[in-house]
Design a binder for this molecule. Structure first.
Ligand SMILES: [Fe+2]
Ligand SMILES: [Fe+2]
Length: 168
């Protein structure tokens, strides 16, 4: 099983490697479910009421994404992961929204690459499923950036760690 680090251009993508990467995506979806379940309930204050309601919707959509990914991983003959990526917490509402936005940015970068990898392998239906997930992730990103009073970050640079910055 290839253990090489994820790179933006997995030209030598195999079905096994794709399943590994989808399992990382699944762990990010679990992380998102947990974060949205908790943040949606602890965000308090009149100015956060709208976004708290949106986060509840996000939580349910992230569960749908996890189910779709699990089905694809099983289809590829692999066992779906059971471990979420770590979830950060903070007593400050703005911190929680920023963590969510950073995670969505990372998720979007990964799905953009994953769609290309699915197509490289001729898995067009899988690519389409991930495209539909990506549409919702971009909506989540917009909701969070709007709640933070920021422009939507440009994440076109491929999957790598980058701190979200204010673009003003
Ligand atoms: Fe998701
Ligand atoms: Fe999301």
């Amino acid at each position: 099983m290839a253990a090489s680090k994820s790179s933006a251009n997995d030209n030598d993508i195999t079905r096994d490697r794709l399943a590994e990467l989808l399992n990382e995506d699944l762990s990010r979806e679990y992380q998102a479910i947990i974060a949205y379940v908790v943040y949606s309930q602890v965000l308090s204050g009149a100015q956060y009421m709208d976004i708290a309601a949106q986060l509840e919707i996000h939580a349910k959509q992230e569960l749908d994404h996890a189910l779709i990914l699990s089905r694809q991983i099983d289809y590829l003959g692999k066992m779906p992961a059971v471990t979420p990526k770590p979830v950060r917490t903070s007593p400050k509402p703005e911190d929680m929204l920023r963590y969510d936005l950073e995670n969505e940015n990372e998720t979007i970068r990964n799905y953009r690459v994953r769609i290309q990898q699915c197509e490289t392998l001729g898995e067009y239906a899988m690519a389409e499923q991930i495209r539909q997930i990506l549409v919702q992730e971009q909506d989540h990103q917009i909701d969070l950036a709007t709640a933070l009073g920021e422009e939507v970050p440009d994440v076109s640079g491929g999957p790598h760690r980058r701190t979200a910055r204010k673009h003003r």
